[in-house]
Design a binder for this molecule. Structure first.
Ligand code: COA
Length: 335
C-alpha cells in the first residue's frame, strides 16, 4: 500500500556454544571390538576418535550445556528468550526433550520444541527459528543440535559403527531491524531414497487382550548403505550450495568458511573441490568427534568462533545432509 513501508526484519548471530561427553573412543579401541584398524578408518573417513555419552549423559543434558554457553556468549538475560528449537533424532524423551532444556535453563518465557531431520536437523532448525524471527513473532531464539547416536549404533557393524559419536552445539540468534545476516537458504527432501540411511522402529507384535494386537515401541539400530550415502552427498551438496550462492549473488571466492555437516573428510574435500573453495577455508573437526549428527555444524562453528577463526562479518556457507534423505544449505554472515 502506498505510503506504508514495512520494515524488513533481519537475523543477527549473537552467540555459540557446545558440549561433548568426556569418554573418548579411539579407532584403536574400536578395532578391539570389530575387525577394523586405525589406518582403515582414518584413510576412509578422517576420523581418529569420537565421544561417547556415559550412562549418566543424555541429549537434554548435552543440549542444556551447549545452550547455556551460547546464551553466555550472547550475554542475554535468560528470561528474554522466546524460542528454543532442539534438533535431535535421539531425544531423551520421545515426547520432546526441548521442554526439559527450557526448564533447566529457567527460560520461562520461551516456547520449546524438538525437530527431527537427522543430520540436516540443525540446518532445518536454524531456518525454522529464523522464520519466526523474520515474521516478527519472536525476538530471541536458541537453536540446538544434539544427538546421542551411540545408543542406536550397532556396535558389531564395522561398516557404520566407526562413523558416529555424541555431542551438542547451539547458536543464539536475534531479530533486528538494522541489517540481515541470514543471507539465504535452501532445503530439500527425497524420501524415495530414505532406505539408504535410517533407524527404523522395531516391529514387535504383542497382544493387549484377546484379539487386540499392537506393536510395542522401540527402535532397531542404524541401517546404512555407505556407498549410496556417499554418492548422494558429493553430488547434492555442491549443487545446493552453488545454487544458493547464485540466488544470493555471492561467488564462492567471497565465502570465508565452508562449514559442512561433518560426515567424512573425503566428502568435505570433494564438495570443496567442486565449489572451488580451497582446503584452508573448509572447517573440519571430525578427526576428534566423528559424525555427531545434528550437532556437527554448531559444534564446528563454536570451536572456530572461540579459536578466533570465524570472525565478525565472515561469510559462512553451511550445509547439512543425511537421513531422509534430506539436505539443505544456508549462507550467513557471522555477527
Ligand atoms: N574396517 C575395515 N574394513 C571395512 C570397514 C571397516 N570399518 N567397513 C567396511 N569395510 C570393508 C568392507 O567389508 C568392504 O570389504 P569387501 O570388499 O571385502 O566386502 C570394503 O571395506 C569396502 O567397503 P565399502 O563399503 O565399499 O567402503 P567405502 O570405501 O565405501 O567406505 C564408508 C565405507 C562408510 C566409510 C563410506 O562409504 C562413507 O563414508 N559413506 C558415507 C557414510 C556417511 O557419511 N553416513 C552418514 C551421513 S549423514
Amino acid at each position: 500500500m502506498e505510503g506504508i513501508k514495512l520494515k524488513q526484519i533481519g537475523v543477527s548471530f549473537k552467540g555459540s556454544g557446545s558440549y561433548v561427553p568426556d569418554q573418548i573412543l579411539t579407532n584403536q579401541k574400536i578395532s578391539k571390538k570389530v575387525d577394523t584398524s586405525d589406518e582403515w578408518i582414518k584413510s576412509r573417513t578422517g576420523i581418529s576418535e569420537r565421544r561417547i555419552s556415559s550412562p549418566g549423559d543424555n541429549v537434554t543434558e548435552m543440549g542444556y550445556e551447549a545452550a547455556l554457553t551460547a546464551i553466555q556468549m550472547a550475554n542475554w538475560d535468560i528470561k528474554t528468550i522466546d524460542l528454543i528449537v532442539l534438533a535431535t533424532s535421539t531425544p531423551h524423551d520421545l515426547f520432546g526433550s526441548a521442554p526439559s532444556i527450557q526448564s533447566k535453563l529457567g527460560a520461562c518465557n520461551a516456547v520449546a520444541f524438538d525437530l527431527t531431520a537427522a543430520c540436516s536437523g540443525f540446518l532445518f532448525g536454524l531456518v525454522t527459528a529464523s522464520q519466526f524471527l523474520r515474521g516478527g513473532s519472536f525476538k530471541r531464539a536458541i537453536v540446538i543440535g544434539a544427538d546421542q547416536l551411540s545408543s542406536f549404533v550397532d556396535w558389531n557393524d564395522r561398516r557404520s559403527c566407526i562413523l558416529f559419536g555424541d555431542g551438542a552445539g547451539a547458536l543464539a540468534i536475534e531479530a533486528t531491524n538494522e541489517f540481515d545476516n541470514f543471507l539465504g537458504f535452501d532445503m530439500r527432501t527425497d524420501g524415495g531414497r530414505g532406505s539408504f540411511l535410517n533407524l527404523p522402529s522395531k516391529n514387535n507384535k504383542d497382544s493387549i487382550i484377546d484379539n487386540i494386537d499392537f506393536l510395542s515401541g522401540g527402535f532397531s539400530s542404524i541401517q546404512m548403505n555407505g556407498q549410496e550415502v556417499y554418492k548422494f552427498a558429493v553430488r547434492e551438496v555442491p549443487i545446493i550450495i552453488d545454487e544458493l550462492l547464485k540466488k544470493t549473488n555471492y561467488s564462492s571466492h567471497e565465502v570465508d568458511w565452508l562449514v559442512l555437516h561433518q560426515a567424512n573428510q573425503r566428502i568435505l574435500d570433494s564438495v570443496g573441490e567442486r565449489l572451488k573453495i580451497p582446503g584452508e577455508k573448509i572447517l573440519s573437526n571430525l578427526e576428534k568427534y566423528g559424525n555427531t549428527s545434528a550437532a556437527t555444524i554448531p559444534l564446528m562453528m563454536d570451536e572456530a568462533i572461540r579459536n578466533n577463526r570465524i570472525k565478525q562479518n565472515d561469510i559462512i556457507a553451511t550445509s547439512g545432509f543425511g537421513a531422509g534423505l534430506s539436505w539443505g544449505a544456508a549462507l550467513i554472515k557471522w555477527g
